[in-house]
Design a protein around this ligand. Structure first.
Ligand SMILES: NC(=O)c1ccc[n+]([C@@H]2O[C@H](COP(=O)([O-])OP(=O)(O)OC[C@H]3O[C@@H](n4cnc5c(N)ncnc54)[C@H](OP(=O)(O)O)[C@@H]3O)[C@@H](O)[C@H]2O)c1
Length: 317
């Protein structure tokens, strides 16, 4: 990587602003992608129990840490607590399971994947009955208190949340002993997250933008256009001699937001790092922001959670 920048989290830890996403990277391919990315300068890798590839990613970490002059403390590894493990007694075992698969003895960041708890049924990620996901009503504040203990025990350096709305975040912050370091949400020019960007900044929290390239492979796309084919993005890319993907990544970087484009393709993995050698003008940033239409690549209601008590996207976000 030509260079990268870091965000300082409220806990004082530093998070590389650019990372590699791993959702939909199949186990047979993700190991090679991880090794290639770390060898080419990536230091921040975004994982999750839900993605069902942490075992393969762990093999990639083990290999790269053995073969390359990269030390564990130079890497910033995130995993996420899946919705089925929100009951306080399930939090530590779920974290330990991810760490075991990732072959790590600590995580840099552990995120609550969403505020919506579902039933813990052994061996099932999305337990269902009569075609409906089995929702439960564990309070995310109780889940958070169990996550705070992971920090106390040195298992994770930082904790945060994903897919929370502003009201939920405010409630969490007022109840928390350890404040969330990071909010991870979908962010790109079609979903600019104006309210949450301002709110997290006012609290000194970091934001990580997921699906920065509008997630063209998402199985949940509900009318969202591929941002890399958007004429405004293409025109700005042409002007800077960059690719549309690089413009979309830069859009977040330049706002002081971390971002984690997923790629399993070596040429893309390298291309996506070349975003620190140019600047978008204020006018270009405004043009990109004006594309906001509220569309999401990962709407969560299509996962069957739109009726959940803690569904985050129907209220003020
Ligand atoms: N917290 C959450 O709820 C949540 C939800 C969704 C995602 N995430 C995280 O955010 C990461 C990124 O989001 P995402 O995976 O949804 O989508 P994304 O990063 O917006 O898009 C990934 C897609 O873009 C392609 N791509 C990557 N670089 C490219 C380039 N330079 N040119 C053209 N195409 C390119 C990838 O194909 P190739 O692989 O072939 O390059 C892949 O199809 C995820 O992997 C995951 O780690 C978190």
């Amino acid at each position: 990587m030509a260079s990268t920048t870091f965000l300082t989290l409220p806990s004082g830890k530093r998070m590389p602003q650019l990372g590699l996403g791993t959702w939909l990277s199949p186990p047979g391919i993700v190991q090679g992608a991880i090794e290639f990315a770390i060898k080419n300068g990536y230091r921040h890798i975004d994982c999750a129990y839900l993605y069902e590839n942490e075992q393969a990613i762990g093999e990639g970490f083990a290999k790269v840490l053995k073969e390359c002059p990269v030390k564990r403390d130079e890497l910033f590894i995130t995993s996420k607590l899946w919705n089925a493990y929100h009951a306080p007694e399930d939090v530590k075992p779920a974290c330990m399971e991810s760490m075991k698969m990732l072959q790590l003895d600590y995580l840099d960041l552990y995120l609550m994947h969403s505020p919506m708890s579902i039933k813990n049924v052994k061996g099932e990620l999305m337990p269902q009955k009569d075609g409906k996901i089995l929702q439960t009503d564990v309070d995310y504040v109780d889940t958070w208190k169990a996550m705070e203990k992971l920090v106390d025990e040195g298992l994770v350096k930082s904790i945060g949340v994903a897919n929370f709305n502003k009201c939920q975040l405010e409630r969490l912050i007022s109840a928390a002993r350890i404040k969330p370091d990071v909010l991870q949400v979908e962010r790109h020019p079609f979903q600019t997250q104006k309210t949450l960007v301002a709110f997290t900044k006012s609290k000194g929290m970091a934001m990580t933008a997921y699906s920065p390239l509008t997630s063209p492979e998402s199985p949940f796309l509900s009318g969202l256009k591929n941002g890399m084919e958007e004429p405004v993005v293409k025109e700005i890319a042409k002007k800077h001699g960059k690719s549309p993907a690089q413009i979309l990544i830069r859009f977040n970087i330049q706002c002081g937001i971390a971002t984690i484009p997923k790629s399993q393709t070596p040429a893309h993995i390298i291309e996506n790092t070349k975003v620190f050698d140019f600047c978008l003008t204020d006018e270009e940033m405004k043009k990109l922001e004006s594309l906001h239409c509220g569309a999401r690549a990962v709407p969560w209601d299509l996962l069957g959670l739109g009726t959940h008590k803690h569904y985050p996207f129907s209220k003020d976000e």
